[in-house]
Design a protein around this ligand. Sequence first.
Ligand SMILES: Nc1ncnc2c1ncn2[C@@H]1O[C@H](COP(=O)(O)OP(=O)(O)OP(=O)(O)O)[C@@H](O)[C@H]1O
Length: 244
Amino acid sequence: MTNENAITVKNLTKTFGDFTAVDAISFEVGKGEVFGFLGANGAGKTTAMKMLIGISKPTKGEANVAGFDVRTQAEDIKKSIGYMSQRFSLYNDLTIKENIVFFGGIYGLKKSVIKAKSKNLIDELGLHDEADKLVGSLPLGWKQKVSFSVALLHDPKIIFLDEPTGGVDPITRRQFWEMIYREANNGKTIFVTTHYMDEAEYCDRVSIMVAGKIEALDTPKNLKEKYKVDSMNKVFLKLARNIE
Ligand SMILES: Nc1ncnc2c1ncn2[C@@H]1O[C@H](COP(=O)(O)OP(=O)(O)OP(=O)(O)O)[C@@H](O)[C@H]1O
């Protein structure tokens, strides 16, 4: 497989007993691309993502992430990617600063680097008044923004975001997407799952997974043209109905 793409996936498959959760999916994600990975509940997104971030072995097929093979180089992948999910966030009983020091340490950064990054992060997010407050006391939207910045501390090439804006208000979601764009413009590759169809419109390309298979993959504009509708929500509904 070539390493020109940030992610290359070929016939990637995961079965649990007789059940095929991810069914021979293939796609490529270019460097610097914002790639939306959509699907209804149970479509297989999390199972696929777990294989890509090197924590679950594929049953069949292959995938290369940040130049590394998911089967044999999972440890290298973990060092090259950032990961953030709605479920795995920061430690609520540590302050913002303490979370940064803690995760910086886990990523193996030097103390001087952590100090500098911590200052940048707090400056960028305008969080001077909150830096010494417990994360648990922050609104969810702020937690998610800090969590995103923390996932970037070790300067990963690819960032995996698993429903990063779940439960967050529309204005904060918009600000969150501005942060995503900024990182993509800096050359980071963004792989993001979301349930919000308006967010699918913000992606460079979108794949839609139905029952373990990728049923559509293109730019939002092309998908809307193909299905002759005016929103990604309608594309999604049409696809789901066709399959039923
Ligand atoms: N360890 C497992 N053992 C058996 N079945 C599993 C396992 N993990 C996932 N599944 C099944 O695989 C299917 C896909 O699940 P997955 O969590 O990947 O979907 P998803 O698209 O991420 O959904 P959601 O949006 O709800 O997270 C589901 O039917 C789920 O029950």
